[in-house]
Write a protein that binds this ligand. Structure first.
Ligand code: RIB
Length: 313
């Protein structure tokens, strides 16, 4: 199994401030440093797949500002097919002010800008290019009607979909999610969708099971420092985390999804893809930045080679 991965999603410019702590209301604080980089959940997942060696195409909208022009240059430099990344005049590109605390935890605001202009008609226009895809990746930083249209389009063309319901959106309707092959929320997204607690792995597994009962095919819950859960059919499995020192967790979920998508499309082996995804995300949090922290295939292979083999069961 191998083939092209298509990402239908967002692009942002990440404006990352590293803080010693968040200011109180009315307080002004000096922060130690600032970095700007390429982000957006769609673009991040596309870049992770491409860095690992996948053939990737991106469908997105950017503004007619410098951020939009630079985003297009970045996709080209990463070897991503960006024929369907269009510039919209009179609208800003998406931007994301991000604050990272000393323990690596992040807080993110998004201004969606041109991402709001990615519409169902854009998918129809790109249909010929999309139709050869082995997997389509979707997130929720573009309009929901576009996400629903993409899922329905992919079903008609028998292309599996991975939907990452991020950021959490209370308007997300379960009825549209049944056709997704993989549904990949984090704990808070899963809790919002199910109305159930998800603060432990057991609680998250129980919440994910309610989605299977409602007709979803399989759920992968990312648990941050606790690893990830695979919930499908009768199976519930914890993919344990890799112990690393977190420097910056921004984009770790996107690294996980890119790592999973690349390895799944390359091998068809879900178990191996989950382990690789967890390792790729772990390596990404050991460095600053979003896409900047995503390792190349060579750097990832070197990282994996240092992981001690687990003792035989
Ligand atoms: O998942 C991390 C991403 O969320 C950041 O790159 C930011 O742009 C927001 O989209």
């Amino acid at each position: 199994m191998a083939g092209r991965i298509a990402v239908i999603g967002s692009c942002m410019i990440d404006l990352v401030t590293y803080v010693t702590r968040m200011p109180e209301a009315g307080e002004t604080l000096v922060a130690p440093s600032f970095e700007m980089g390429f982000g957006g959940k769609g673009a991040n997942q596309a870049v992770a797949c491409a860095r690992l060696g996948s053939e990737v195409m991106m469908l997105a909208k950017v503004g007619d500002d410098d951020f939009g022009a630079n985003t297009l240059r970045n996709f080209a430099a990463e070897g991503i097919d960006c024929r369907f990344v269009e510039r919209v005049s009179g609208v800003s590109s998406g931007v994301a002010p991000i604050f990272v605390e000393p323990d690596g935890q992040n807080r993110i605001l998004i201004v969606t800008g041109a991402n709001d202009r990615l519409l169902p008609a854009d998918i129809d226009r790109a249909a010929a290019a999309l139709s050869g895809s082995a997997l389509i990746l979707l997130q929720l930083e573009v309009p929901l009607e576009t996400v629903y249209h993409a899922i329905a389009w992919a079903k008609r063309h028998e292309i599996p979909v991975l939907l990452n319901p991020a950021p959490a959106n209370p308007a997300l309707a379960l009825e549209h999610l049944r056709e997704a092959r993989f549904f990949v929320p984090n704990q808070s997204e899963l809790s919002l969708l199910t109305g159930l607690p998800t603060d432990t792995a057991e609680a998250a597994a129980a919440a994910a099971r309610t989605l299977l009962a409602a007709g979803l095919a399989s759920v992968i819950v990312t648990l941050g420092g606790e690893g990830a859960l695979w919930v499908s059919g009768d199976e519930t499995r914890l993919i344990p985390p890799l112990a690393v020192t977190a420097v910056d967790t921004t984009g770790a979920g996107d690294a996980f999804i890119g790592g999973f998508a690349h390895h799944y499309v390359e091998t068809g082996d879900i178990d191996a893809a989950l382990i690789a995804a967890s390792r790729y995300a772990a390596q990404s949090i050991t460095a600053r930045g979003t896409q900047r922290s995503f390792p190349s295939a060579t750097a990832f292979a070197a990282f994996c080679a240092q992981i001690p083999a687990s003792p035989p069961a």
